[in-house]
Design a protein around this ligand. Structure first.
Ligand SMILES: N[C@@H](CCC(=O)N[C@@H](CS)C(=O)NCC(=O)O)C(=O)O
Length: 255
């Protein structure tokens, strides 16, 4: 940890991070922590056991979502905001461009990934993996009861659709379409030959990384392989120690 951060951390005291494995938003924050050398006490919330809906976690994050960072009792329950907070706290090795215009472009990319990339990859994950895994572990009535504990109506509906009503071909086609649009956007950004989305490595690359990695986890890597700039970027991302540590740390035990 660098000196400025250590000074600030000493004042703040406890740093608790609630996260899950197989969670794009948790992985996005872990990668930022490992880039920055940010120290934290990790608390695993198992989404496959619906631990995000337990009363003790809902006191920490009333929306029942991961990740949440808690600094000395103050909760930050948004991955994008956690990453900016950590970058503010530890100004050395900055992960945001200094130039205000480039910084605005970085935020634009991060927001777009959050609004379009993550929901698409999340839906494809439900379809290709999560729904089957949940059905393997729980009976229909157990699932019905646990899903209803979610505080957000749209999350209940989303999971009911994936598990009970079934996702339609149009749902899958829309998610694939949006995910491909995100990959095309990344490919265009990288077409000037730069290593990273905005020239220097930034929070935009970190926000993209777990979404692009998810194609590989789901066996859909052909979509990435077709875009040579994104594929070369992905190879570079995978070499970063922060990426390697993230996927070691956020490992999910499916046995
Ligand atoms: N806007 C939030 C979204 C968090 C979110 O959607 N997290 C997912 C995991 S990646 C989650 O907690 N899912 C559990 C559920 O929907 O019940 C953020 O960026 O932190």
């Amino acid at each position: 940890m660098d000196t400025i951060a250590r000074d600030k951390m000493t004042k703040t005291g406890s740093v608790d991070f609630y996260y899950s494995g197989y969670s794009i938003n948790s992985e996005k924050v872990l990668m930022c922590f490992f880039e920055k050398g940010f120290e934290f006490d990790g608390h695993y919330i198992d989404l496959f056991k619906f631990e995000q809906t337990r009363p003790e976690y809902l006191r920490i994050n009333p929306l029942g979502l991961v990740p949440t960072l808690v600094i000395n009792g103050t909760q930050i329950p948004e991955s994008t905001i956690i990453n900016e907070y950590v970058d503010d706290l530890m100004p050395s090795n900055p992960l945001r461009p200094e130039d205000p215009l480039l910084r605005a472009k970085m935020r634009e990319l991060v927001q777009r990934f959050q609004e379009s990339f993550y929901p698409s990859m999340s839906l494809l994950s439900q379809f290709h993996f999560v729904a089957g895994e949940l059905k393997r572990r729980w009976t229909d009535s157990e699932l019905e009861e646990m899903i209803r504990r979610k505080p957000l109506r749209e999350r209940i509906e989303r999971q009911e659709r994936a598990l009970q009503k079934g996702l339609s071909e149009a749902d899958i086609a829309n998610a694939e379409h949006n995910a491909n649009t995100m990959l095309d956007g990344m490919d265009a950004h990288l077409s000037n030959g730069s290593d990273w989305l905005l020239g220097e490595f930034s929070l935009a690359d970190i926000a993209a990384a777990p979404n692009v990695h998810r194609f590989f986890q789901l066996g859909l890597e052909e979509a990435v392989g077709k875009r040579s700039n994104v594929m070369a970027w992905y190879r570079r991302i995978k070499e970063r120690p922060s990426f390697v540590r993230t996927y070691e740390y956020a490992v999910q035990d499916f046995s």
